[in-house]
Write a protein of this length. Structure first.
Length: 280
């Protein structure tokens, strides 16, 4: 009657931090979103399906975007990677303040149909986990609890990252809901459990009092899908006249992937070759 998925993603979030040179608060915001996207993405069974989470809360960090495939591999970015705010009164990173809560969380699921399925909810707090919980309840009508966390070390590297989503299946009794709520309320801090005890301890704490068993384990990581061919395809959509103007400047053109910061360079001759392909 209960389904629970857990992710541990220290290396994944550290990779994102290094690629984008993220501030600690931006690391926490993007890291939480990447973990949430991975959990939701891995739950999709359609091969080559993808899921995108976009958060626009009006805060100084700007937009937060995370994309996951059906295996749970992710990539993402934030609008302002260096955004930083003073710590909250409890000493924690002020993710909610950086993201803002005057806006929307949107989840787009592409399962290979003509149009993706898109659902949106108003942000609850900008803390990501609470907002995803609201999305699952309002947009997908699934009673859920979500917890996401990123622990940033003193050297700004990621010490621990991960989270969980626990969902009730149809027919779950009220007593089960009450027990789950109590377990989550009494559990140790998420990132402490991940850092000190490991991800499997989360099952024991959240599902305390329930018989449960593990049905599968899967690798996840930070994986960008950009290629030179895809960049060429994007450049080929530019109007022929504009391509000629760019080539006439006789300078190489560089295109940077916003997900992995890989840079692709094109000579004027290559741009003119794209023009000829487009004309043919």
């Amino acid at each position: 009657m209960i389904k629970m998925a857990v992710i541990t993603a220290r290396d994944t979030v550290e990779r994102a931090r290094a690629i984008h040179d993220l501030s600690p608060t931006a690391t926490a915001a993007l890291g939480r979103t990447l973990c949430g996207a991975s959990l939701l993405g891995q739950a999709m069974k359609e091969e080559r399906a993808s899921l995108t989470i976009r958060i626009n809360g009006g805060g100084p960090i700007g937009s937060v975007v995370a994309v996951a495939d059906h295996e749970g591999y992710v990539r993402g970015y934030v609008g302002n990677p260096h955004a930083e705010l003073p710590l909250r009164a409890d000493g924690k990173l002020n993710v909610g303040g950086a993201v803002g809560h005057d806006g929307m969380l949107t989840v787009s699921r592409d399962i290979g149909l003509r149009e993706p399925y898109i659902g949106s909810v108003e942000l609850v707090s900008g803390e990501i986990a609470e907002d995803l919980t609201a999305y699952l309840l309002e947009s997908e009508q699934v009673p859920s609890a979500c917890a996401l966390g990123v622990l940033v070390d003193t050297d700004r590297s990621v010490k621990a990252a991960g989270g969980f989503i626990v969902q009730l299946m149809p027919g779950a009794e009220e007593s089960m809901i009450a027990q789950l709520e109590e377990n989550i309320f009494l559990m140790d801090q998420l990132t402490t459990v991940l850092d000190e005890d490991g991800e499997l301890a989360l099952f024991d704490q959240v599902l305390k009092g329930f018989d449960h068993h593990l049905v599968g384990q899967y690798p996840v990581g930070y994986r960008c899908t950009c290629t030179r061919d895809r960049v060429e395809e994007a450049l080929s959509t530019i109007e022929v006249g504009e391509l000629e103007e760019i080539a006439a400047e006789n300078k190489d053109v560089t295109v940077s992937c916003q997900f992995c910061d890989k840079v692709y360079s094109f000579t004027p001759q290559e741009l003119l070759s794209l023009r000829r392909k487009k004309e043919s």
